[in-house]
Design a binder for this molecule. Structure first.
Ligand SMILES: C[S@@+](CC[C@H](N)C(=O)[O-])C[C@H]1O[C@@H](n2cnc3c(N)ncnc32)[C@H](O)[C@@H]1O
Ligand code: SF4
Ligand code: SF4
Length: 378
């Protein structure tokens, strides 16, 4: 048993980017450029509850509706807020408060492609030169929606697939959409080639569960078959209280990794190298740093999200990050403001945000942060 976090990009890829296909290589460069936005806004001793910089990223939950029932997702087990799509007026007013924001993520807890005017929202952001991405379950990525997203200028599309075969997909995602999504992604990358449209960068994501780690080598092969050059192993966030579906400590691949699991990951890495695919664990740090990092007793102390980003739900509630909704039931203990009542600037350095940041700098952080690592997806 290893207690380290072993999910690392293949070392070959770190030293020699020529091993990647040109598309994957470009993706890697862009990803590293993007990480600059998240460079620590100060060492821990320099940080205070007050944020000196404005946020560089907004997570806008365009909808909290969904058409799947994933057994890892809090949405499947509880209604977190009244069902809603973020109204267009709220969406534009949030952006207009930070028109120079570097990056906007258009998903929260819900499926963003259910939002009818999602492409129009992407365009609104691209007209302001903002880097735009979202995760999708891929069920609605048909030809018309795909074209609209390409035309709008979406930068990155992350497809959460979680499995390399139908039965396993259904076990994790709750419904039988595997074949449809695979076909959707295949058609989409074909369309991109026909249109000579390098954007959006498309990637496939698998949430790291002990129950599905054996899917990984074929998952990488599947990515190659459908024309995708990036694959990510996403770290499972599990609920403190435990028992919901597979979002529980026992299922979390990264908690304790057996030799067999490590071998499967290594096999997937080898397949990725062979096929020129970029395969990495989702992370907030660059690969070198990721390798050096080990789990410590207070992983939250490395987190800089409350100093760099804001998350706003479809109903206008402001949260510190996209992780907290997974790590703790209910939003009460980490609601930092209401965007319907106050401006984002007022909230950013308002009393709740300041108190939350101050807590994160102590050995007794807010409950949502207490079990949280840093290597989550950005
Ligand atoms: C909540 S979903 C929202 C976007 C979209 N509905 C989707 O599934 O991609 C965002 C991401 O969280 C992932 N996810 C779901 N449950 C998770 C968990 N317990 N830990 C980590 N990631 C999780 C999903 O697979 C997806 O990649
Ligand atoms: S992970 Fe995404 S697709 Fe699955 S239930 Fe949650 S919001 Fe829906
Ligand atoms: S829940 Fe995790 S990612 Fe979010 S602010 Fe706390 S430590 Fe950071």
């Amino acid at each position: 048993m290893s207690t380290l976090l072993p999910i690392l990009p293949p070392s070959d890829l770190l030293e020699n980017n020529d091993a990647l296909s040109p598309a994957a290589q470009k993706a890697e460069e862009e990803k590293n450029a993007m990480r600059k936005y998240f460079q620590k806004p100060g060492s821990q001793s320099e940080l205070t509850g007050h944020a000196d910089q404005e946020p560089v990223c907004l997570y806008l939950e365009t909808t909290n509706r969904c058409n799947l029932l994933c057994v890892t997702c809090p949405r499947t087990y509880e209604q977190l807020e009244p069902e809603a799509d973020m109204p267009w007026e709220m969406f534009t007013s949030l952006i207009d408060q930070y028109p120079n924001i570097a990056r906007v993520v258009l998903h929260g807890i819900g499926e963003p492609m259910l939002v009818k005017d999602i492409a129009q929202r992407v365009k609104y952001l691209k007209d302001r030169n903002i880097y735009v991405l979202f995760n999708t379950n891929g069920t609605l990525l048909n030809d018309a929606n795909g074209r609209a997203l390409i035309e709008a200028g979406l930068d990155e599309l992350r497809v959460s697939l979680d499995a390399a075969e139908s039965e396993v997909y259904q076990m994790v995602r709750g419904k039988d959409f595997f074949a449809k999504i695979v076909q959707n992604v295949k058609n989409f990358t074909k369309l991109q080639r026909e249109l000579n449209a390098p954007k959006p960068r498309v990637s496939l994501w698998l949430t790291g569960l002990r129950e599905t780690v054996d899917q990984l080598p074929n998952f990488v092969r599947l990515a190659h078959e459908v024309g995708v050059t990036e694959v990510y192993l996403q770290r499972l966030v599990f609920f403190d209280e435990g028992s919901n579906g597979l979002a529980r400590a026992e299922s979390a691949l990264f908690e304790h990794t057996t030799e067999r699991e490590e071998a499967l990951i290594k096999e997937a890495e080898d397949v990725a190298v062979e096929l020129g695919i970029m395969f990495s664990a989702s992370g907030a740090v660059d690969p070198g740093e990721s390798i050096r990092m080990q789990r410590n007793d207070s992983p939250w102390s490395l987190c800089r999200r409350p100093w760099s980003l804001m998350y706003i739900t479809a109903n206008g509630r402001v949260l510190p990050c996209c992780i907290a909704p997974f790590s703790m039931k209910g939003y009460g203990s980490f609601t930092l403001g209401e965007a319907t009542q106050h401006s984002l600037r007022e909230i950013w350095n308002g009393p709740e945000y300041v108190r939350f940041r101050e807590g994160l700098l102590t050995s007794a952080p807010p409950p949502a942060c207490a079990n949280c690592g840093l290597r989550w997806s950005l």
